[in-house]
Ligand binder design. Structure first.
Ligand SMILES: [Cu+2]
Length: 354
């Protein structure tokens, strides 16, 4: 309501200013103040020139000063990231050159060809050759740029290399959950109706499917990845649309309820490499939610650790499949009759019989 009110006031203010300016212009013309009009015209032409110079300096200054402060991602940390960076650089150079030339011409011409009694405007209504040229050239350049984008897009979302590891990422308000396929390298089937947080089944894994029995579930902890090993992310959402944003790897992909999306990449730098490179001992790879998904959206942040295969294996060895938390009696370290705290805790989490 307040926003609408402010917009209406601004619009009214603009209209009033516009009408006053117009009215005073008519009044001066009626009074025959031709000199004043010409002087105003000259001032406007000069101001356009000032705007051109100040604007271009402003663009350069903002880019040089704030660019590095806002885009503090370091160099790309994935194979695709390097290509995406290059593509962006080329796009920015091409559009930057066009931007500077067109803005320069726009404001310089307005200044140079301001009203003058010594000059008569040249009547030049149409030129077919020019029309074709300035339609065809941007069309070709844009097609090539979009073509590169599509090529990378299909590569990122296309088939992952055979030796890739697979991780499932599930977004929900407002957290990320990860699932590793375990030793069989197959993610077990799941069904949304089987989701039962109380019964240790937050993803709705179908326990009848043996592929689920070794799946590792991680929540509230970093996602672990192996350096120089391709990883395929299978992305899901449980409630609304979220988005897996991996700015350090220069990738993002929507997480859509009911429609799994995928993308793959190869992390090329470990967390330790990035700490060294950025000089920041607290550096972490970030998994941000890049889709406005509700009140807690700002807080929907995950972290990623990229490490060596050995470090990853060590970490993985400590993980326990969710299946054993749902059914502690099936766990290999379960000792019947022994009332250990671990067993008690786990038994308390058993699903109630239906
Ligand atoms: Cu989200």
């Amino acid at each position: 309501m307040t926003t609408t009110f402010i917009i209406v006031i601004l619009l009214l203010g603009f209209l009033i200013t516009f009408q006053i300016a117009k009215a005073s212009e008519y009044v001066s013309v009626m009074r025959g103040e031709e000199r004043a009009r010409k002087q105003n015209n000259r001032i406007n032409a000069f101001l356009l020139l000032v705007f051109l110079i100040a604007g271009l300096i402003g663009v350069y200054y903002c880019n040089a000063t704030y660019g590095p402060k806002i885009l503090r991602f370091g160099s790309a940390a994935s194979n695709h990231g390097v290509d995406v960076d290059n593509m962006l650089k080329i796009t920015l150079i091409i559009t930057g050159i066009v931007f500077v030339i067109t803005q320069f011409c726009l404001f310089w011409f307005a200044y140079k060809y301001q009203e003058s009694e010594t000059r008569k405007a040249y009547y030049y209504p149409h030129n077919n050759k020019l029309e074709v040229l300035w339609t065809a050239v941007p069309a070709i350049v844009l097609t090539v740029m979009v073509g590169f984008g599509l090529y990378y897009w299909f590569r990122i979302t296309g088939e992952a290399p055979k030796d890739s590891m697979v991780v499932e990422v599930t977004g929900s308000q407002f957290k990320w959950e990860f699932r590793y396929p375990g030793k069989d390298k197959v993610l077990g089937k799941k069904y949304y109706r089987a989701i039962d947080e109380g019964a240790n089944n937050p993803l709705g894994q179908l326990w009848d499917d043996p592929a689920n029995h070794d799946d590792i579930y991680v929540m509230g902890e970093p996602l672990h990845l192996v350096v120089n090993k391709p990883v395929k992310l299978v992305i899901n959402a449980k409630d609304v649309i979220h988005d897996v944003g991996l700015s350090h790897f220069r990738l993002k992909m929507d997480a859509v309820p009911g429609t799994p999306t995928t993308m793959w990449f190869t992390p090329t730098k470990t967390t330790a490499d990035m700490k060294r490179e950025t000089g920041d001992p607290d550096f972490v790879f970030e998994l941000s939610c890049d889709q406005m998904c509700g009140q807690g959206h700002f807080n929907m942040r995950g972290t990623i650790i990229v490490e060596s295969q050995t470090e990853f294996d060590l970490w993985m060895a400590k993980q326990k499949p969710k299946y054993y938390m749902a059914f502690p009696s099936k766990a290999p370290d379960f000792i019947p009759g022994q009332d250990t705290t671990k067993t008690k805790e786990a038994t308390a989490m058993l699903p109630t019989q239906k």
